[in-house]
Write a protein that binds this ligand. Structure first.
Ligand SMILES: [Zn+2]
Length: 362
Protein backbone atom coordinates (compact mmCIF):
# COMPACT_ATOMS: atom_id res chain seq x y z
CA UNK A 1 0.00 0.00 0.00
CA UNK A 2 1.34 3.40 -0.90
CA UNK A 3 -0.05 6.46 0.85
CA UNK A 4 0.83 9.69 2.61
CA UNK A 5 2.28 7.83 5.62
CA UNK A 6 5.03 6.14 3.59
CA UNK A 7 7.42 8.97 4.37
CA UNK A 8 7.27 8.26 8.14
CA UNK A 9 10.17 5.81 8.29
CA UNK A 10 10.61 3.82 11.52
CA UNK A 11 7.13 4.55 12.95
CA UNK A 12 5.30 1.41 11.84
CA UNK A 13 3.04 0.93 14.87
CA UNK A 14 2.04 4.62 15.04
CA UNK A 15 1.38 4.64 11.30
CA UNK A 16 -0.84 1.54 11.53
CA UNK A 17 -2.93 3.28 14.19
CA UNK A 18 -3.08 6.57 12.26
CA UNK A 19 -4.37 4.82 9.13
CA UNK A 20 -7.25 3.48 11.24
CA UNK A 21 -7.93 6.77 13.03
CA UNK A 22 -8.14 8.71 9.75
CA UNK A 23 -11.24 6.72 8.78
CA UNK A 24 -13.23 7.50 11.93
CA UNK A 25 -11.50 10.30 13.82
CA UNK A 26 -12.28 11.53 17.33
CA UNK A 27 -11.96 15.19 18.39
CA UNK A 28 -8.37 15.26 19.70
CA UNK A 29 -5.05 13.47 19.24
CA UNK A 30 -1.85 13.96 21.16
CA UNK A 31 1.39 13.07 19.37
CA UNK A 32 4.21 12.40 21.80
CA UNK A 33 7.79 11.31 21.37
CA UNK A 34 11.33 12.54 21.88
CA UNK A 35 12.19 15.77 20.10
CA UNK A 36 13.34 14.95 16.61
CA UNK A 37 11.05 11.92 16.32
CA UNK A 38 9.44 13.76 13.40
CA UNK A 39 6.35 14.82 15.36
CA UNK A 40 5.84 17.63 12.87
CA UNK A 41 5.97 15.31 9.83
CA UNK A 42 3.59 12.84 11.51
CA UNK A 43 1.03 15.55 12.27
CA UNK A 44 1.25 16.86 8.72
CA UNK A 45 0.66 13.41 7.22
CA UNK A 46 -2.26 12.74 9.56
CA UNK A 47 -3.84 16.12 8.77
CA UNK A 48 -3.62 15.24 5.06
CA UNK A 49 -5.20 11.84 5.71
CA UNK A 50 -8.05 13.50 7.63
CA UNK A 51 -8.81 15.94 4.82
CA UNK A 52 -8.27 13.58 1.88
CA UNK A 53 -11.44 11.92 0.52
CA UNK A 54 -9.38 8.74 0.16
CA UNK A 55 -7.93 8.97 3.73
CA UNK A 56 -4.45 10.03 2.72
CA UNK A 57 -3.68 8.87 -0.82
CA UNK A 58 -0.73 11.29 -0.87
CA UNK A 59 -1.43 12.21 -4.48
CA UNK A 60 -4.64 14.20 -4.74
CA UNK A 61 -4.85 17.97 -4.67
CA UNK A 62 -6.17 17.94 -1.07
CA UNK A 63 -3.24 15.87 0.21
CA UNK A 64 -0.74 18.06 -1.57
CA UNK A 65 -2.30 21.25 -0.30
CA UNK A 66 -2.14 20.04 3.31
CA UNK A 67 1.44 18.79 2.93
CA UNK A 68 2.47 22.19 1.54
CA UNK A 69 0.85 23.66 4.70
CA UNK A 70 -1.55 25.66 2.55
CA UNK A 71 -4.92 24.20 3.47
CA UNK A 72 -7.18 26.96 4.77
CA UNK A 73 -8.86 24.54 7.19
CA UNK A 74 -5.61 23.40 8.78
CA UNK A 75 -4.51 25.95 11.35
CA UNK A 76 -1.02 25.84 12.94
CA UNK A 77 -1.21 27.80 16.16
CA UNK A 78 1.52 30.34 16.75
CA UNK A 79 3.30 30.95 20.04
CA UNK A 80 5.06 34.25 20.67
CA UNK A 81 6.89 33.52 23.91
CA UNK A 82 8.55 30.68 25.76
CA UNK A 83 5.23 29.26 26.92
CA UNK A 84 1.67 29.25 25.56
CA UNK A 85 -0.28 32.28 26.78
CA UNK A 86 -3.93 32.29 27.77
CA UNK A 87 -4.87 34.83 25.05
CA UNK A 88 -3.18 32.62 22.47
CA UNK A 89 -5.29 29.69 23.63
CA UNK A 90 -8.42 31.84 23.34
CA UNK A 91 -7.51 32.64 19.73
CA UNK A 92 -7.03 28.92 19.08
CA UNK A 93 -10.46 28.24 20.58
CA UNK A 94 -11.99 30.89 18.30
CA UNK A 95 -10.45 29.24 15.21
CA UNK A 96 -11.60 25.82 16.43
CA UNK A 97 -15.20 27.06 16.41
CA UNK A 98 -14.99 28.00 12.72
CA UNK A 99 -16.83 25.87 10.22
CA UNK A 100 -14.47 24.24 7.72
CA UNK A 101 -14.54 25.88 4.27
CA UNK A 102 -14.17 22.58 2.43
CA UNK A 103 -15.63 19.12 2.82
CA UNK A 104 -13.07 18.01 5.42
CA UNK A 105 -12.49 19.11 9.00
CA UNK A 106 -11.41 22.27 10.78
CA UNK A 107 -8.04 21.09 12.07
CA UNK A 108 -6.22 22.95 14.82
CA UNK A 109 -2.58 22.11 15.48
CA UNK A 110 -0.88 23.02 18.72
CA UNK A 111 2.75 21.98 19.10
CA UNK A 112 4.84 21.84 22.30
CA UNK A 113 1.67 21.46 24.35
CA UNK A 114 3.81 20.87 27.47
CA UNK A 115 4.37 24.63 27.37
CA UNK A 116 0.78 25.20 28.48
CA UNK A 117 1.70 24.11 32.00
CA UNK A 118 4.80 26.28 32.34
CA UNK A 119 5.26 30.00 32.80
CA UNK A 120 3.74 32.49 35.22
CA UNK A 121 0.10 31.82 34.28
CA UNK A 122 -0.29 28.35 32.76
CA UNK A 123 -2.78 28.24 29.90
CA UNK A 124 -3.67 24.55 30.22
CA UNK A 125 -7.10 25.28 31.84
CA UNK A 126 -8.08 27.29 28.73
CA UNK A 127 -6.95 24.42 26.52
CA UNK A 128 -8.91 21.91 28.60
CA UNK A 129 -12.05 23.96 28.18
CA UNK A 130 -11.63 23.95 24.38
CA UNK A 131 -11.01 20.22 24.35
CA UNK A 132 -14.17 19.57 26.35
CA UNK A 133 -16.76 20.54 23.80
CA UNK A 134 -15.34 21.16 20.35
CA UNK A 135 -17.74 21.42 17.38
CA UNK A 136 -18.30 18.09 15.64
CA UNK A 137 -16.21 18.92 12.59
CA UNK A 138 -13.20 20.20 14.55
CA UNK A 139 -10.16 18.06 15.32
CA UNK A 140 -7.31 19.05 17.59
CA UNK A 141 -3.82 17.72 16.85
CA UNK A 142 -1.45 18.35 19.74
CA UNK A 143 2.19 17.40 20.14
CA UNK A 144 4.56 17.20 23.07
CA UNK A 145 8.11 15.98 23.44
CA UNK A 146 7.67 15.71 27.21
CA UNK A 147 4.57 14.71 29.18
CA UNK A 148 4.85 16.05 32.74
CA UNK A 149 2.17 14.80 35.16
CA UNK A 150 0.65 18.30 35.26
CA UNK A 151 -0.46 17.57 31.70
CA UNK A 152 -2.40 14.45 32.71
CA UNK A 153 -5.88 15.96 32.34
CA UNK A 154 -5.06 17.24 28.86
CA UNK A 155 -3.65 13.83 27.93
CA UNK A 156 -6.79 12.12 29.24
CA UNK A 157 -8.94 14.05 26.79
CA UNK A 158 -6.94 12.93 23.75
CA UNK A 159 -6.13 9.76 21.91
CA UNK A 160 -2.39 9.33 22.28
CA UNK A 161 -0.12 8.62 19.33
CA UNK A 162 3.32 7.60 20.51
CA UNK A 163 6.27 8.07 18.19
CA UNK A 164 9.63 6.58 18.94
CA UNK A 165 13.11 8.04 18.54
CA UNK A 166 14.49 7.26 15.13
CA UNK A 167 17.45 4.91 14.98
CA UNK A 168 20.57 5.84 13.05
CA UNK A 169 19.55 3.25 10.46
CA UNK A 170 16.06 4.79 10.06
CA UNK A 171 17.61 8.19 9.52
CA UNK A 172 20.13 6.91 6.99
CA UNK A 173 17.37 5.06 5.10
CA UNK A 174 15.25 8.19 4.93
CA UNK A 175 18.18 10.29 3.68
CA UNK A 176 19.15 7.77 1.01
CA UNK A 177 15.54 7.66 -0.12
CA UNK A 178 15.67 11.45 -0.44
CA UNK A 179 18.68 11.20 -2.73
CA UNK A 180 21.64 11.58 -0.33
CA UNK A 181 24.76 9.57 -1.15
CA UNK A 182 24.85 6.50 1.20
CA UNK A 183 28.16 7.13 3.03
CA UNK A 184 27.26 10.77 3.62
CA UNK A 185 23.80 9.66 4.79
CA UNK A 186 25.42 7.34 7.33
CA UNK A 187 27.71 9.96 8.87
CA UNK A 188 24.93 12.57 8.96
CA UNK A 189 22.63 10.02 10.65
CA UNK A 190 25.26 9.23 13.29
CA UNK A 191 25.66 12.90 14.20
CA UNK A 192 21.94 13.67 14.16
CA UNK A 193 20.98 12.20 17.53
CA UNK A 194 17.73 10.67 16.25
CA UNK A 195 16.54 13.96 14.77
CA UNK A 196 15.39 13.74 11.17
CA UNK A 197 15.42 17.44 10.42
CA UNK A 198 18.93 17.74 11.82
CA UNK A 199 20.04 14.74 9.74
CA UNK A 200 18.71 16.48 6.63
CA UNK A 201 20.67 19.63 7.43
CA UNK A 202 23.87 17.70 8.20
CA UNK A 203 23.60 15.75 4.95
CA UNK A 204 24.20 18.99 3.09
CA UNK A 205 26.89 20.26 5.42
CA UNK A 206 30.44 19.81 4.12
CA UNK A 207 31.88 21.08 7.42
CA UNK A 208 30.40 18.29 9.55
CA UNK A 209 33.58 16.17 9.63
CA UNK A 210 35.70 19.19 10.52
CA UNK A 211 33.34 20.16 13.35
CA UNK A 212 33.35 16.65 14.79
CA UNK A 213 37.18 16.73 14.78
CA UNK A 214 37.18 20.16 16.47
CA UNK A 215 35.05 18.88 19.37
CA UNK A 216 37.28 15.84 19.76
CA UNK A 217 40.38 18.04 19.86
CA UNK A 218 39.01 20.20 22.69
CA UNK A 219 40.29 18.16 25.68
CA UNK A 220 43.86 18.33 24.38
CA UNK A 221 43.63 22.06 23.72
CA UNK A 222 42.12 22.67 27.16
CA UNK A 223 45.37 21.83 28.92
CA UNK A 224 46.13 25.41 29.76
CA UNK A 225 44.99 28.37 31.75
CA UNK A 226 41.43 29.45 32.59
CA UNK A 227 41.93 32.28 30.08
CA UNK A 228 42.33 29.78 27.28
CA UNK A 229 39.19 27.99 28.45
CA UNK A 230 37.02 31.08 27.94
CA UNK A 231 38.67 31.61 24.57
CA UNK A 232 37.72 28.06 23.58
CA UNK A 233 34.15 28.46 24.88
CA UNK A 234 33.76 31.50 22.63
CA UNK A 235 35.19 29.57 19.70
CA UNK A 236 32.76 26.69 20.25
CA UNK A 237 29.80 29.08 20.54
CA UNK A 238 30.81 30.65 17.22
CA UNK A 239 30.97 27.21 15.64
CA UNK A 240 27.33 26.67 16.71
CA UNK A 241 26.34 29.67 14.58
CA UNK A 242 28.40 28.37 11.70
CA UNK A 243 26.78 24.94 12.05
CA UNK A 244 23.32 26.44 11.69
CA UNK A 245 24.19 28.08 8.35
CA UNK A 246 22.94 25.16 6.18
CA UNK A 247 19.68 25.17 8.18
CA UNK A 248 19.22 28.88 7.49
CA UNK A 249 19.92 28.20 3.80
CA UNK A 250 17.25 25.48 3.80
CA UNK A 251 14.79 27.84 5.44
CA UNK A 252 15.54 30.54 2.85
CA UNK A 253 14.85 28.04 0.09
CA UNK A 254 11.62 27.00 1.76
CA UNK A 255 10.52 30.62 2.02
CA UNK A 256 11.42 31.28 -1.64
CA UNK A 257 9.42 28.21 -2.68
CA UNK A 258 6.41 29.46 -0.75
CA UNK A 259 6.69 32.94 -2.25
CA UNK A 260 6.66 31.37 -5.73
CA UNK A 261 3.68 29.20 -4.85
CA UNK A 262 1.77 32.15 -3.43
CA UNK A 263 2.40 34.05 -6.66
CA UNK A 264 1.25 31.06 -8.67
CA UNK A 265 -2.01 30.99 -6.72
CA UNK A 266 -2.41 34.74 -7.20
CA UNK A 267 -1.90 35.55 -3.50
CA UNK A 268 -0.13 38.74 -2.51
CA UNK A 269 2.08 37.24 0.14
CA UNK A 270 2.94 34.00 1.88
CA UNK A 271 0.11 32.81 4.12
CA UNK A 272 0.97 32.64 7.83
CA UNK A 273 4.26 34.43 7.30
CA UNK A 274 4.65 35.33 10.99
CA UNK A 275 3.96 31.76 11.97
CA UNK A 276 6.58 30.59 9.52
CA UNK A 277 9.21 32.99 10.87
CA UNK A 278 8.47 31.86 14.41
CA UNK A 279 8.76 28.23 13.34
CA UNK A 280 12.13 28.96 11.68
CA UNK A 281 13.40 30.60 14.87
CA UNK A 282 12.35 27.63 16.99
CA UNK A 283 14.09 25.32 14.59
CA UNK A 284 17.32 27.33 14.78
CA UNK A 285 17.11 27.26 18.56
CA UNK A 286 16.62 23.48 18.62
CA UNK A 287 19.41 23.04 16.14
CA UNK A 288 21.86 24.83 18.45
CA UNK A 289 20.81 22.59 21.33
CA UNK A 290 21.19 19.45 19.20
CA UNK A 291 24.56 20.61 17.89
CA UNK A 292 25.74 21.19 21.46
CA UNK A 293 24.51 17.74 22.43
CA UNK A 294 26.42 16.27 19.51
CA UNK A 295 29.56 18.07 20.72
CA UNK A 296 29.10 16.84 24.28
CA UNK A 297 28.77 13.30 22.97
CA UNK A 298 32.07 13.71 21.12
CA UNK A 299 33.70 14.96 24.34
CA UNK A 300 32.29 11.98 26.24
CA UNK A 301 33.90 9.62 23.74
CA UNK A 302 37.31 11.24 24.19
CA UNK A 303 37.16 11.12 28.00
CA UNK A 304 35.96 7.51 27.91
CA UNK A 305 38.99 6.64 25.82
CA UNK A 306 41.18 8.42 28.38
CA UNK A 307 39.52 6.50 31.18
CA UNK A 308 40.21 3.18 29.48
CA UNK A 309 43.85 4.17 28.88
CA UNK A 310 44.18 5.24 32.50
CA UNK A 311 42.76 1.96 33.78
CA UNK A 312 45.15 0.00 31.59
CA UNK A 313 48.07 2.07 32.83
CA UNK A 314 46.92 1.45 36.39
CA UNK A 315 46.95 -2.30 35.79
CA UNK A 316 50.43 -2.02 34.33
CA UNK A 317 51.48 -0.33 37.58
CA UNK A 318 52.37 3.06 36.07
CA UNK A 319 52.91 5.93 38.48
CA UNK A 320 50.23 8.67 38.43
CA UNK A 321 47.85 6.40 36.50
CA UNK A 322 45.32 6.89 39.27
CA UNK A 323 45.33 10.66 38.70
CA UNK A 324 44.51 10.07 35.07
CA UNK A 325 41.61 7.78 35.97
CA UNK A 326 40.22 10.30 38.45
CA UNK A 327 40.65 13.16 35.98
CA UNK A 328 38.77 11.28 33.26
CA UNK A 329 35.95 10.36 35.66
CA UNK A 330 35.53 13.95 36.83
CA UNK A 331 35.56 15.17 33.23
CA UNK A 332 32.85 12.62 32.33
CA UNK A 333 30.77 13.86 35.27
CA UNK A 334 31.16 17.47 34.17
CA UNK A 335 30.11 16.66 30.60
CA UNK A 336 27.12 14.60 31.78
CA UNK A 337 26.02 17.42 34.03
CA UNK A 338 26.27 19.93 31.17
CA UNK A 339 24.21 17.57 29.04
CA UNK A 340 21.43 17.35 31.62
CA UNK A 341 21.40 21.12 32.10
CA UNK A 342 21.19 21.64 28.35
CA UNK A 343 17.49 20.82 27.94
CA UNK A 344 16.38 23.60 30.23
CA UNK A 345 19.30 25.97 29.93
CA UNK A 346 18.58 28.71 27.45
CA UNK A 347 22.07 30.08 27.05
CA UNK A 348 24.46 27.40 25.86
CA UNK A 349 27.33 29.91 25.62
CA UNK A 350 27.24 30.28 29.39
CA UNK A 351 26.93 26.54 29.86
CA UNK A 352 29.92 25.89 27.61
CA UNK A 353 31.92 28.48 29.49
CA UNK A 354 31.22 26.74 32.82
CA UNK A 355 32.08 23.38 31.32
CA UNK A 356 35.40 24.50 29.79
CA UNK A 357 36.38 26.07 33.09
CA UNK A 358 35.81 22.75 34.88
CA UNK A 359 37.56 20.70 32.21
CA UNK A 360 40.63 22.91 32.05
CA UNK A 361 41.71 21.67 35.47
CA UNK A 362 41.54 18.01 34.50
ZN1 LIG B 1 -5.37 12.41 -1.06
Amino acid sequence: MSDVFDQLVGQESAVAALRQYARAPVHAYLFSGPSGASLHDAILCFAAALQCPRHGCGECEVCRRVLREQDADVYWAERSGLSWRVDELREIDRVARRRPLDAGYQIVILEDVELTVTGASPSAPALLKSLEEPPTRTIYLLSASELPSSLDTVVSRCVEVKLRALSDADLATTLVREGVEPSLARSAALAANGNLRRARVLARDPALTRRAAAWRALPERLRGTPASSSELAREVAASLDEAAAPLRAMQDEELARRVDEAREFGQRGVANRRELDAQFKREQRRFRVDETRFGLRSLTEVYRERLVEGLEAQRAGEVRAQDRVHGALRALDAVAEANSRLSSNLDETLLLHDLMLRLVEL
